[in-house]
Design a protein around this ligand. Structure first.
Ligand SMILES: [Zn+2]
Length: 329
């Protein structure tokens, strides 16, 4: 077992079961790892502690906290829908997030949760927000894992919505050996790098970010907050899904690419599809319930957006530095 795997499995046991045998001491860790961890901690500040904890401190391969792939009971996961910007709605559970971007010509849904949450959170959530689910024109699946794609077929079949995945993830879901709860979506739109999807007054730019899955992609789009414009950077595929040099090289390159796209667009908002990484469930309530003259919790500024990708990149380099194949570059 490599040093990296020993560390990850050791920490996983400690965190998961409080069964710490011989704890890994900082002195055992390479200087390269400690340097990347330090940089990541400095970038995380108070904003991105979830990413820091998961990817730098306990970056195990496997589902995140609360990643129930079968229904553990509505009391465990149900969260109320919230209007968080003039044209953006949180339709998530306490753990995973689906978003609705409203436009002058219909609705774009971004990610669709596990199948058991699609009806209560997305369909009923839209109605609670006085939005019409039949107006959903596009469903963007930013990567093809069950916690984000199981509602796609429902929108295709029920409302004729177009579904977009990355090319690699259309292949991924087609090759799945187990049937997808809710049904596998029929192949439709392919997320191509740089493509701008327009609907009414909205334009959503696709930024391919392979790593977590081959077809993962991020998004850049505009929202307004009480009329004030903001640009959103949407990050998908946050957790590590492999531990080898090729994986981390691809993953780090995608973080740099998405950070550059966010900076070029002047993004001041960073969201994703797991509350463990972006605190969306908490921020959604703060954003929706605040008095009109208070700041929106999702607006973290250009520095805040840059720091998210810095934490992601540094944690990747830290993990890579522990590989037996050699130090990171
Ligand atoms: Zn995933």
């Amino acid at each position: 077992m490599t040093t990296a795997k020993k560390l990850f499995y050791g920490l996983s046991l400690c965190v998961g079961a409080l069964l710490c045998g011989a704890p890994v001491q900082a002195a055992d860790l390479p200087a390269d790892y400690m340097a990347h961890l330090k940089t990541a901690k400095e970038a995380a500040r108070f904003e991105w502690l979830g990413v820091l904890a998961r990817n730098c401190i306990a970056p195990k391969v496997g589902p995140a906290v609360g990643n129930y792939n079968t229904d553990p009971g509505r009391d465990i996961w149900y969260a109320e829908p919230q209007k968080v910007f003039d044209n953006l709605y949180f339709l998530g559970t306490k753990f995973h997030t689906a978003w609705a971007l409203t436009t002058s010509d219909g609705i774009i849904i971004i990610d669709t949760l596990y199948n058991y949450a699609v009806g209560p959170e997305i369909v009923e959530g839209l109605k609670k927000m006085s939005l019409d689910p039949s107006k959903v024109k596009y469903v963007l699946i930013t990567h093809g894992h069950g916690d984000h794609d199981e509602g796609a077929r429902y929108f295709q079949d029920t409302y004729g919505s177009h579904v977009m995945l990355g090319a690699g993830d259309w292949d991924l879901i087609a090759q799945a050996t187990r049937p997808m709860p809710g049904g596998t979506p029929k192949k439709d739109l392919v997320a191509e790098d740089g493509r701008v999807l327009t609907l009414g007054d909205a334009a959503v730019k696709i930024v391919t970010t392979p790593g977590h899955t081959p077809g993962s992609y991020g998004l850049i789009f505009k929202v307004t907050d009480h009329g004030q414009p903001h640009t959103v950077a949407y990050a998908s595929g946050t957790a590590f899904t492999a531990y080898d040099k090729a994986f981390f090289d691809t993953f780090v390159a995608s973080q740099k690419k998405m950070a550059a796209a966010a900076a070029a667009a002047g993004a001041t908002v960073l969201i994703s599809n797991h509350s463990a990484f972006d605190d969306a469930w908490t921020k959604s309530r703060l954003a929706a319930w605040r008095p009109a003259n208070q700041p929106n919790a999702f607006v973290v500024g250009a520095d805040g957006v840059a720091n998210f990708f810095a934490v992601m990149g540094e944690c990747s380099l830290a993990a890579k530095s522990l590989l037996s194949s050699g130090p990171s570059s």
